[in-house]
Write a protein that binds this ligand. Structure first.
Ligand SMILES: C[S@@+](CC[C@H](N)C(=O)[O-])C[C@H]1O[C@@H](n2cnc3c(N)ncnc32)[C@H](O)[C@@H]1O
Length: 256
């Protein structure tokens, strides 16, 4: 049994199940996120289980093929496997993988996945879109690998979200470079992210307009990933949605 599997299974049993959306669930996720540095195992186990629940709201993944694109440490892949899916991790950065990545992990870029067209029942990417400089091409590749009728799960933190600047948030509101330098001064270590390199300013309105204009997908759901209430309504209000959504979750269906 891999390290990730064993540890995640342990966490899996100790984490209480919560309803989505609900205040309890949002608070549990927020607390786990606050302690992400001290206890990443708990944080990502919880997040993976939550995301798998969101996917399974549209049908069980048992026996289905789920591609986890930019899946980092493999928590999501492991969670989908635990639910009986044939799940595979595609991650371009070896440094993001854990010590024992899920078996069959492929070092690959999401722009050019080494898989045939229409193999996936679910193409899944959690918090990756803000890290690519060409989100439309990244999405196109997700669509290409998805079967007609299959689901595409995409979530990302937009730039004007209070967490838009990642480790240097919320100071990104005063300028990315200033915020990054401030972080480096205070933390006395280099920041992980740099705007324009591995973090990009992506917006909710523009992303929604882009997916609405596509003819190869339909939008099944567009909502805040973590909010306990008005999760769908928030994303409909131009301006406000850029600040209040925090993280946009798009569930798309590939058109036949
Ligand atoms: C914030 S992490 C998210 C990891 C995991 N999906 C999660 O939700 O915890 C961003 C991930 O995106 C990956 N990434 C960046 N550019 C990518 C690309 N072009 N294709 C696929 N993954 C990419 C990074 O290597 C990193 O693992």
């Amino acid at each position: 049994m891999s390290r990730a599997t064993g540890a995640t299974a342990e966490g899996h049993h100790s984490i209480p199940r919560t309803k989505d959306p609900s205040l309890r669930r949002s608070l549990a996720l927020f607390r786990a996120f606050l302690h992400e540095q001290q206890d990443p195992e708990h944080c990502y186990t919880l997040l993976a289980r939550d995301a798998a629940d969101q996917v399974e709201a549209y049908g069980s993944v048992k026996g289905r093929t789920v591609l986890d694109i930019g899946g980092g440490g493999g928590y999501f892949t492991e969670e989908f496997r635990r639910r009986g899916a044939y799940s595979y991790l595609f991650e371009p950065d070896a440094g993001e993988l854990g010590k024992q990545p899920p078996e069959g992990t492929v070092l690959a870029d999401g722009y050019l996945l080494p898989v045939a067209d229409a193999v996936a029942d679910v193409a899944f990417s959690s918090n990756v879109l803000e890290h690519v400089d060409d989100p439309a091409t990244f999405l196109s590749e997700m669509v290409r690998v998805t079967k007609p009728g299959g689901l595409i799960y995409v979530s990302f933190t937009n730039w004007y979200s209070p967490w838009g600047g990642h480790e240097w948030a919320p100071w990104h509101y005063f300028g990315a470079e200033r915020a990054r330098k401030r972080y480096e001064r205070r933390a006395a270590k280099p920041a992980k992210h740099r705007l324009g390199e591995n973090l990009h300013a992506i917006h909710i309105g523009a992303t929604l307009r882009h997916v609405r204009a596509r003819t190869d997908v339909e939008i099944v759901s567009a909502r805040s990933r973590y909010w306990p209430f008005l999760a769908g309504a928030i994303t409909k209000v131009p301006g406000l949605r850029e600040f209040a959504t925090w993280n946009l979750l798009l569930i798309l269906r590939r058109c036949p």
